[in-house]
Design a protein around this ligand. Sequence first.
Ligand SMILES: NC(=O)c1ccc[n+]([C@@H]2O[C@H](COP(=O)([O-])OP(=O)(O)OC[C@H]3O[C@@H](n4cnc5c(N)ncnc54)[C@H](OP(=O)(O)O)[C@@H]3O)[C@@H](O)[C@H]2O)c1
Length: 317
Amino acid sequence: MRAAMYDRYGSPDVLRIEEVPVPTPGPGQVLIEVAATSVNLSDWEGLVGSPFYARLGGLRSPRRGILGSDIAGRVTQLGEGVTRFRAGDEVYGDNLALLGGFAEYAVAAESALAPKPAALTFAQASTLPQAGAIALQGTVGAAPGRRVLINGGGGGSGSFAIQLAKRLGAHVTGVDNGHKLDFMRALGADDVLDYRREDFTRREPYDLVLDLVASRSVFAYRRALARGGRYRCAGGTVRALLRVLTVGVLAARVTGRRMGVLVVRPGPASFTQLAALCVAGDVVIHVDRTYALDDVAEAMAHVGQGRALGKVVVEMG
Ligand SMILES: NC(=O)c1ccc[n+]([C@@H]2O[C@H](COP(=O)([O-])OP(=O)(O)OC[C@H]3O[C@@H](n4cnc5c(N)ncnc54)[C@H](OP(=O)(O)O)[C@@H]3O)[C@@H](O)[C@H]2O)c1
């Protein structure tokens, strides 16, 4: 099969398309003929080896030679003990534990997968698992009368989070680079900010902040919270995440606020609810661009360099 391989951390140039053996599913796993895999910031982080958590399991060189976690495709082979799927089933899921999605075939645990809704294309379904889980869990607490801020709102998770928070009746502010402001407005954001020009922590306080790109001090984040408010970060620099987990938790608590790191629960229950909203037309999937497997490096650069509006998908063709 053809796959986008890499054996050292670096820029997209380290990726090369190679012919490699088709993997064999182990117990509880299935082999999938991959139709589409969306690019997440976690793929970019795994490519460049930064932030440091992206090197867990592979300090000097990557643990897995093929990136790509959000896959959609057809089951072609069952490992021992698989009961939920049969050959030919159309599935999608976040294969973060095994990766391998930027290839013609990938092995995934059946527990990571859900049947693909017929109303969604493979490309659309591949956009949902990781970004959808972050957005769904990160917007818990959004409600009418509450002010919600999504930092990194124009990216993959943010584009879903804005829509979900808005649907729950909150007043939503999206923060991202200036190129994504109109996009966030179109998703329903009431207010948008260019992070290169404005500091959201020095504006009005918010009841809920979902931060996809934490990099600031916990005191800045605490300043952004109204009394009783909650800040959660899903990604960012290791330094910022550690500070939130330590100083942040305490500093927020003594002032009647809450701060923490959002650790997303894996598995289909985390994203199938969003898929149902997309099928019903209540949430829109915005695929900015699709690329062929040969152009994975370009697709990664498009996301990693912050140019993507919403999601980017690689189709295996
Ligand atoms: N907690 C968990 O359980 C869990 C699980 C999986 C993944 N993750 C993490 O969650 C994050 C999800 O990101 P994603 O896939 O939604 O990323 P994405 O699609 O790349 O979106 C991030 C957005 O933030 C913008 N941005 C960068 N710096 C910013 C700043 N200082 N202020 C405001 N916006 C800024 C980016 O644009 P520019 O760069 O152009 O400015 C981009 O539009 C990743 O870090 C991933 O590793 C967490």
